[in-house]
Design a protein around this ligand. Structure first.
Ligand code: NAP
Length: 328
């Protein structure tokens, strides 16, 4: 806080020359706060600017999900480059993405952010052979894998210490997020973000893309160690995702189709099929392999079906027997 005391009189000039003005008797005090506050308009403007900053985003794995993300990023003015095992030059051109069949060329284009969109099962091998040394030293590395612990550990083991790490987990896909990302959940974990302003702002800009699209955010863990999600709820989340995909696949395999008068419940089942059955089997297999409760969940599902079936058949058998013996 600073106070400024002025003398009792001061002079000013008018058409007749200089005149003396009497100052108010009390001392003039100018109060100032030393640090900017979060409610300052400058701070708000800065946050808006950071959110809107154009990023150069590199996507590794230009399949279903990679293209889905790229379309959104391009639509919102970001520069997107991509590389993949297969050749996606044509699809990339349609979206407005520069595609590099060669991973070295991709890296030498120096994206600010790299997002790994490869299948869960291939990510480890891909990363071990990827020319990471050709990227900028302070690249922000992200993943969008449908499992959480595995990519985090993999990145911490394999990425150079200069890279920032942000694990993203959009809980939606090309079907559920086809029309809008509004209110769709995004879980993220700032695993390792450097303290330099440019690194902090780059991370904020990337998250800002999801925020601006209306995603509801939920922090998984913080690099500071705060807000850690208990392992029990982490397991529950993985199990619920695996069960959702399993039931969606079962119903998809049954080839459910629309009826002329769908009930609300049946429509929910059809939308579950829509949201899961189009995903690759590789994705589903990854959910199975990287969820240690998956086998137990499958057994529980089988048991549940057997229990429901036997309840039905027991009742039917009782009825038939009582008919046989004329018990009614
Ligand atoms: P996916 O089958 O899980 O992955 C396909 C991608 O993996 C393609 O880009 C493919 O590249 C790449 N890939 C597969 N095997 C590879 C290998 N051996 N070496 C190098 N690359 C390989 O299908 P996706 O739906 O596109 O999912 C991509 C990632 O996003 C997955 O990790 C998934 O868990 C995550 N995710 C998906 C959804 C969703 O709803 N689809 C939602 C959230 C997160 P090529 O085509 O060039 O071979």
């Amino acid at each position: 806080m600073r106070a400024l005391y002025l003398s009792n009189t001061c002079s000013t000039r008018c058409s007749q020359g200089w005149i003396k003005l009497k100052r108010p008797r009390f001392a003039l005090r100018v109060r100032g706060l030393d640090a900017a506050q979060p409610f300052d308009s400058e701070n708000k403007l800065r946050a808006k600017f950071v959110q809107k900053r154009t990023l150069r985003i590199g996507i590794i794995g230009f399949g279903n999900f990679g293209q889905f993300l790229a379309k959104h990023f391009v639509r919102h003015g970001h520069v997107v480059i991509a590389t993949s095992r297969g050749d996606y030059s044509q699809a990339a051109e349609v979206i407005g993405v520069k595609f590099y069949p060669d991973a070295d060329d991709f890296c030498e284009d120096h994206p600010d952010v790299v997002i790994v969109c490869t299948s869960i099962l291939s990510t480890g091998d891909m990363l071990r052979t990827f020319p990471l040394q050709r990227l900028k030293r302070n690249t922000l590395f992200c993943d969008v894998l449908s499992v959480k612990q595995f990519p985090k550990q993999l990145f911490q083991q394999l990425l150079p210490p200069d890279f920032d790490i942000l694990c993203l987990h959009p809980m939606f896909g090309p079907d559920s997020g086809k029309h809008s990302w509004k209110d769709l959940p995004l879980v993220f974990d700032k695993v390792r973000i450097g303290t330099e302003l440019c690194r902090v702002e780059r991370c904020a800009s990337l998250l800002g893309i999801f925020e601006a699209a209306g995603c509801s955010k939920l922090v998984w863990t913080h690099c500071s160690g705060g807000g850690r999600q208990p392992p029990r709820s982490r397991e529950q989340a993985a199990s619920s995702q695996f069960i959702t995909h399993t039931v969606g696949r079962m119903l998809g395999t049954m080839e459910l189709t629309e009826t002329t008068i769908n009930t609300k419940g049946f429509e929910s089942l059809l939308s579950l099929v829509d949201n899961t059955y189009n995903d690759s089997f590789e994705l589903y297999y990854g959910l199975f392999m990287y969820n240690k409760n998956a086998t137990a969940e499958l057994s529980r599902l089988e048991l549940a079906l057997t229990t429901v079936k036997s309840e039905l058949f027991d009742r039917l058998h009782e009825r038939i027997r009582s008919d046989f013996f004329n018990e009614n």
